[in-house]
Design a protein around this ligand. Structure first.
Ligand SMILES: [Zn+2]
Length: 250
């Protein structure tokens, strides 16, 4: 509105100049038109004075109209300026909110990434308490050499996913209740002789309790038989595999 504050007085000056010009035109002598004319006392002077007053009145009226117009214009401008400012404020606030939301999303993403990097990716399937049978061992219970390692745990011991992966389960005459978790790289970890399942399908993260140990299938007593099969192929020594992940099973 600063623009109009300046504009209004300058138009006032123009208006006043117009009035002065109109007054002077009706007289021979310069000076204050009304006074000179009134003092003359002449018929023509009276007419001239009347004409001057009329012109003055017209000029005043024009000036008033101009002023009214200016006032209206100023009000209109102020209102539009206010609306424009309001819109700018709203847009700035929206932009700021958008920027803050983007920052927050980025911060959360970085925090999630950091936590994901910190998260252990491999776990022992049960708490460490030594092994009751090692890989490759021969014995009466196995038709061939032992394809996994046995953890001597009590019935109902929580069994954790050794890797992230997708779960499937099946019953096998020798393995009993068997859970197989397939890691994203294709490595399978097998958990045999289970007592019960927590999950029977779906994707879990390493360390999730997925089942409870038991004595199902060809088992001479409660324990967890654990196998590792890279790419879903032949079994390798789980103890060596766990050690390669920084875990000590025995
Ligand atoms: Zn075994």
């Amino acid at each position: 509105s600063a623009l109009l504050t300046v504009a209004a007085p300058s138009l006032c000056v123009l208006g006043v100049t117009a009035v002065a010009t109109a007054s002077v035109t009706g007289n021979d002598a310069p000076g204050e038109a009304g006074e000179d004319i009134a003092l003359g006392g002449d018929e023509l002077d009276e007419e001239a004075a009347e004409a001057a007053r009329a012109a003055h009145a017209v000029a005043n009226k024009q000036f008033d109209t101009q002023l009214q117009g200016l006032t209206a214009a100023a009000d209109d401008y102020a209102e539009r300026a206010s609306r424009t400012q309001g819109r700018i404020d709203l847009e700035e606030r929206k932009a700021e909110e958008k920027r803050l939301a983007a920052e927050e999303a980025k911060r959360k993403e970085e925090e999630a990434k950091r936590l994901e990097e910190l998260r252990p990716k491999f776990f022992l399937p049960v708490e460490r308490r030594g092994l009751s049978a090692v890989y490759g061992q021969s014995g009466l219970n196995w038709a061939n050499l032992h394809t996994g390692i046995d953890f001597p745990v009590r019935y109902g011991t929580p069994v954790r996913a050794a890797t992230d992966g997708t779960i499937r389960t099946q019953y096998h005459v020798s393995y009993g209740n068997l859970m197989i978790i397939t890691a994203p790289d294709g490595t399978e970890t097998w958990y045999a002789h289970l007592g019960s399942y927590v999950y029977q399908s779906g994707f879990v993260q390493a360390g999730t309790v997925v089942a409870y140990s038991g004595n199902s299938g060809n088992s001479m007593g409660p324990h967890l038989h654990f196998e590792v099969r890279p790419g879903g192929g032949s079994a390798v020594d789980p103890a060596a595999w766990l050690r390669s992940k920084g875990l000590e099973p025995s």
